[in-house]
Design a protein around this ligand. Structure first.
Ligand code: ADP
Ligand code: MG
Length: 630
């Protein structure tokens, strides 16, 4: 053990940035600092309790884990102390002086500079320890790792500048004390009733006792009393828990400023017994936004009240990664490891239980609270869609939760479910028609759905990037198959008169079709008379399994090499533009018109033109000549 050393060190650049931001942006949510400090103290107790399972000597001298809040009105300090795991010198430097969390850099990059927006983000992110600096201009942390010697205590101090000091101290007991030197004007946090109110609000159901000085006849005494229930909320009977308590527990659990959208609290008894308390947030919390499918947090695994680890990955499929909450198992062994969790029968049953609860919860919300369901869907609908791809066994259930734009609605905001669609399908209609496009408007105005709309057939309008990928996995719903309105045959049922008319039109246009085929040659897979169009001159149509043109463009832009693809050009021979082409005598002009016919159809589908400059030249030539020939 070295001599006592006081050392001044610099924060990582990111830490200084976070400190600065936090102190400014969090001003209107000051009191969260207490929640954060208590939550850290509680985490520290959780960690020690877990370590003590294998090393009982760690808590032998002082087995009752807890948190103490005290203050000194003279010195204007507020102290939050725990007898949890504590930290070594290296751990203090690592945990408090640097930003260990992987998302932080991305978080900083995502800030807008607009304080209002940023403070919302900071709330979703959960600023943790640094929120102390919202109310304190100097923060001292004194700590000793459980199991370490009294001489191995550490004192860390910072006044929110670019540097902090760290020194070795004598510390009689294990655990951590955070001493806040309050800023001018923050005296409310020296008030016993204010502090009790805050503890009750945020930390009532922290699983450890929080103690404060007992008051007798209007004065604090040296005796301590427990001010929270210190009972795990999820272990209480449902009918004894108020909504407010569920909400506050959610905030403590997630660091989110907002209330949760919905939650489900269930106790399963049987071959295996466990409790789940699962929340769906209103907005995507920070981790869900930036962390990938496999790097996530949010569902805590407890075994008989002992916190084991964050096990979101093991207990939830990726498409439900927005869910937050607690799972408490009666039956898993306490020494369970990540590897065991990965491949355990009990765990997979719990996981299946969680999936069912969440899907039930969402179905109920969709049915009973349409507007709140829309809030959910706007935040997480695209994540949920991954389930259609990933979870074959839940495909039908998830499909029932999806919402899409529709030709029966005025704008992109109004959506329909597949059940709505099926309910109003026309007699004889055998498929669910849909169209994928770059935006709602591009889909709504696409030439490809003209005939369907004219016949009063509803078309689902899909404009999220994930939609086309997802639809590749969704071939039917409630026994009805899906048909992309811009691919393959439409298979509309026709009566005899319609069939006759169609044949007549095709026959009459045979020459025109041949001429166009010759003109466009290799550029198209085919030229044919369209049964999709009513108003537009032409549209491009893909093979059933081809990737939509707008998706191809996005993929190409993202750097993926795309194999060449050719669409068929479908024409409307009765359109004036085709009549003009048919009667055009000038070879150059005819060629311009043919190419423009194809190119405008491609542009409408969001495709990338092979040669945009040539396209513009052609348009200009036609525009100028148009004046002359008219
Ligand atoms: P988070 O709690 O999300 O990890 P914080 O900023 O709140 O982020 O805390 C940073 C880290 O500092 C914690 O992960 C923990 O390692 C350490 N820490 C903070 N407070 C305590 C404490 N009371 N006891 C032990 N370690 C602590
Ligand atoms: Mg924390």
């Amino acid at each position: 053990m070295s001599e006592t050393t006081t050392e001044t060190r610099s924060f990582e650049a990111e830490v200084s940035q976070v400190l600065h931001l936090v102190t400014h942006a969090l001003y209107s949510h000051k009191e969260v600092f207490l929640r954060e400090l208590i939550s850290n103290a509680s985490d520290a107790c959780d960690k020690l309790r877990f370590e003590a399972l294998a090393h009982p000597e760690l808590t032998a001298d002082d087995a009752e884990l807890g948190i103490e809040i005290s203050w000194d009105s003279e010195a204007r300090t507020l102290t939050v102390r725990d007898n949890g795991i504590g930290m070594s010198r290296d751990e203090v430097i690592e945990n408090i002086g640097t930003i260990a969390r992987s998302g932080t850099r991305k978080f900083l990059q995502s800030l807008s500079g607009d304080t209002g927006k940023d403070s919302q983000l900071i709330g979703q992110f959960g600023v943790g320890f640094y929120s102390s600096f919202v109310v304190a201009d100097r923060v001292v942390l004194e700590t000793r790792r459980a199991g370490a010697e009294a001489s191995q205590g550490v004192r860390w101090a910072s006044d929110a500048s670019a540097e902090y000091s760290i020194e070795d101290i004598e510390q009689a007991t294990r655990g951590t004390a955070i001493i806040l030197h309050l800023k001018e004007g923050e005296d409310e946090f020296l008030d016993a009733w204010k502090l009790r109110e805050l503890v009750r609000k945020y930390s009532e159901h922290i699983g450890f006792p929080i103690r404060m000085a007992k008051w007798v006849e209007g004065k604090p005494t040296d005796e301590l009393e427990t001010v929270n229930q210190a009972l795990a909320l999820w272990a209480q009977p449902k009918n004894e828990i108020k909504d407010e308590e569920y909400k506050n527990f959610y905030k403590t659990l997630t660091h989110d400023f907002n209330d949760p959208l919905v939650w489900a609290h269930n106790r399963v008894e049987g071959k295996q017994s466990y409790t789940t308390l699962l929340y769906v947030p209103e907005k995507p919390p920070f981790d869900a936004m930036f962390n990938g499918r496999d790097e996530r947090k949010g569902l805590k695994l407890y075994i008989r009240r002992v916190f084991i680890m964050d096990a979101s990955e093991q207990l939830l499929p990726p498409y439900l990664r927005f869910v937050r909450g607690v799972v408490d198992s009666d039956d898993l062994p306490l020494n369970v490891s990540r590897e065991i969790l990965q491949d355990n029968r009990l765990v997979s049953q719990i996981r299946a239980g969680c999936v069912k609860r969440i899907l039930d919860l969402l179905s109920k919300l969709a049915k009973n609270e349409v507007e709140r369901y829309q809030t959910f869907y706007a935040s997480f609908g695209n994540v949920l869609k991954e389930g259609v791809v990933d979870a074959a066994d839940q495909r039908e259930r998830i499909a029932g939760l999806l919402r899409f734009g529709s030709t029966k609605n005025e704008g992109p905001e109004a959506t329909v479910s597949l059940d709505d669609y099926i309910e109003r399908m026309q007699t004889g209609q055998d498929a669910i028609y849909y169209l994928t496009a770059e935006s709602w408007a591009a889909a709504r105005h696409s030439a490809q759905i003209e005939a369907l709309t004219a016949r009063g057939i509803e078309v689902l309008l899909m404009s999220e990037r994930i939609d086309e990928w997802m639809m590749g996995y969704l071939s039917e719903y409630q026994g009805k198959s899906f048909r992309h309105a811009g691919k393959g045959e439409l298979n509309l049922s026709l009566d005899d008169a319609e069939k006759e008319r169609r044949e007549a039109v095709e026959k009459a246009a045979a020459g025109l079709v041949e001429k166009l085929k010759k003109e466009l040659g290799e550029k198209v897979a085919d030229v044919r008379v369209s049964h999709r169009l009513t108003d537009s001159p032409a549209c491009v149509v893909l093979e059933t399994h081809d990737m939509a043109l707008h998706t191809r463009r996005l993929m190409a832009e993202a750097g993926h090499a795309m194999p060449p693809s050719k669409a068929a050009l479908e024409i409307n021979p009765e359109h004036a533009l085709l009549k003009r082409y048919d009667s055009e005598q000038d070879a150059t002009r005819a060629s311009d018109l043919a190419l423009l016919l194809l190119e405008q159809a491609q542009v409408a589908e969001g495709a990338q033109l092979d040669d945009p400059a040539e396209f513009v030249k052609r348009i200009n030539r036609v525009l100028l000549e148009g004046g002359a020939s008219a």
